[in-house]
Design a protein around this ligand. Structure first.
Ligand code: SAM
Length: 311
């Protein structure tokens, strides 16, 4: 143990991110660009020696320059391709602006509404993470609303072709756990246009596989075609899970040629990670994950019985 501690001390400053009570990441830090506390969460922008600049909320890495494009392309483009002609898109969360950046690449998009509960996250990202938002905040199709994403859906009669939830993981006492329940997904469905598509980050298929399975079953109890897919994220040291859902179309029916054609036709500036072959890779899940997702003993999460990350 001594040599590990010696190594750590030689690294200088380091950051410990807890995955579960029994496992954590230790990352060497170059510098901390911002650290503060908003009404909702602790916010930091840290430059790690391995990941580069990263947004950290409540001690959890949200995205880093090392591989944020993997996460944001995974969240956005399958849903957009599945819809085919998305014009009005809603993002719940999305603080650093990278989800909006990917949506705005689509030439079909006329309006992107981003509803994030924490103005401080947006302002800090605008200043310290221009590589992430890529100027999306000043695109004339982009509209920012500061508020709770669920309350926005309850109070607004707006309808959207695609709704994306890019919120923090469901943490006990955190601001986002009510974005992963049956009641919320029913609300989402009521705010989609007839061929609307919904997608959400859904934690991971490693140490949170049970949480992912609950989120999947919960969405599957509201939408007739809910599909899980995953992309490995070095920043999270885990294969990250997503769910895309619709009543009108099925992501498993998208062929590589269909995906490549849609991206070539509509996506200005192209993608770095997602294409037709990657689509097949993401949606081809190994047996143990498929078994966990089909476990009939898993009950959907509700407002009175929500699901939470291990910590
Ligand atoms: N990439 C990250 C992930 O999937 O782990 C999420 C990125 S983004 C930084 C998460 C955003 O969700 C934050 O900006 C946070 O303020 C926002 N958020 C959390 N709860 C929310 C809520 N109830 N309504 C709207 N935004 C919320």
């Amino acid at each position: 143990m001594g040599d590990v501690l010696d190594q750590i001390s030689r690294m200088g400053t380091y950051f410990i991110e807890f995955e579960t009570p029994f496992s954590w990441h230790l990352r060497a830090v170059n510098r901390v660009l911002y650290s503060g506390e908003s009404k909702y969460q602790r916010i930091a922008v840290v430059e790690f020696k391995d990941l580069g600049k990263a947004l950290v909320l409540d001690g959890k890495v949200q995205s880093s320059l090392f591989d944020e494009y993997v996460y944001h392309e995974s969240l956005v483009h399958p849903a957009m391709v599945l819809h085919g002609n998305p014009q009005r898109v809603l993002i719940i969360g999305g603080g650093e602006g990278a989800t909006a950046r990917e949506v705005l690449k689509w030439d079909t998009v006329k309006e992107v509404m981003m509803v994030d509960i924490d103005e401080d996250v947006v302002n800090v990202s605008r200043e310290y993470l221009p590589e992430m938002h890529g100027g999306s905040f000043s695109d004339n199709r982009f509209k920012l609303l500061i508020g709770d994403g669920r309350r926005f859906l309850e109070e607004s009669g707006d309808r959207f072709d695609v709704i994306l939830v890019d919120a923090t993981d469901p943490l006990e006492g955190g601001p986002s756990y009510l974005l992963y329940t049956v009641e919320f997904y029913r609300l989402v469905k009521s705010r989609l246009t007839p061929n609307g598509v919904f997608a959400t980050q859904a934690t991971n298929t490693a140490y949170a596989l049970k949480v992912l399975a609950v989120i999947y079953r919960t969405i599957g109890s509201v939408f007739s075609r809910a599909r899980v897919y995953q992309s490995y994220m070095h920043s999270y040291d885990a294969p990250w899970g997503f769910v895309v859902a619709s009543d009108a179309s099925d992501a498993l029916q998208l062929t590589p040629a269909m995906v490549d054609d849609a991206l070539a036709k509509h996506v200005r500036g192209g993608t770095r990670y997602y294409d037709g072959l990657t689509h097949v890779h993401m949606f081809t899940l190994p047996k143990h994950i498929r078994a966990a997702l089909e476990d009939r003993s898993i009950k959907p999460a509700t407002d009175s019985n929500p699901t939470f990350m291990p910590m």
